[in-house]
Design a protein around this ligand. Structure first.
Ligand code: HEM
Length: 119
């Protein structure tokens, strides 16, 4: 049977490290860092970890808000979306995640575009 994306990412420890590095990458990215400077980054890290875990077939339970609610009032644009997605792809590459898995993640993130932009 084909392994879940979660397993192919490397399971719980890898997903946790990836979530941590995504939040750090956003905080260091000049295009979007101001969006993240005012929020609780430890809480965001937990929410990103469980969101990725649950969304890729892992046992985690995501307890954060739905995407439109979480991004409400931010009025995010496409440029910021691309910047955020670039951070994720770079982090996956850094963790040795293969091209096929990176493409799957990209497709998932892109599919959520309308749930996060211009809310
Ligand atoms: C497909 C794209 C995106 C996904 C899947 C995503 C996912 C998430 C998740 C799971 C959370 C946690 C929800 C919660 O706190 O209850 C979150 C929060 C957040 N996201 Fe996104 N996000 C996306 C795009 C963006 C972009 C482009 C930005 C800004 C450049 C952004 C900025 C934020 C901020 C600032 C928070 C924290 C909100 C708060 O704590 O009040 N997100 N996002």
């Amino acid at each position: 049977m084909t392994k879940s994306l979660y397993e192919r990412l490397g399971g719980a420890p890898k997903v946790a490290a990836i979530a941590r590095d995504i939040v750090q990458a956003h905080l260091a990215n000049p295009l979007i860092k101001t969006r993240f400077e005012i929020i609780d980054s430890a809480k965001l890290e937990t929410n990103v970890r469980t969101f990725i875990g649950m969304g890729t077939g892992g046992p985690e339970t995501y307890e954060g808000r739905d995407m439109p609610t979480a991004h409400k009032g931010m009025n995010l644009n496409e440029r910021e979306l691309v910047a955020a997605i670039d951070d994720v792809l770079k982090v996956l590459d850094k963790h040795g995640v293969g091209e096929g898995e990176r493409r799957e993640m990209l497709a998932i993130l892109y599919s959520l575009k309308d749930e996060v932009l211009f809310k």
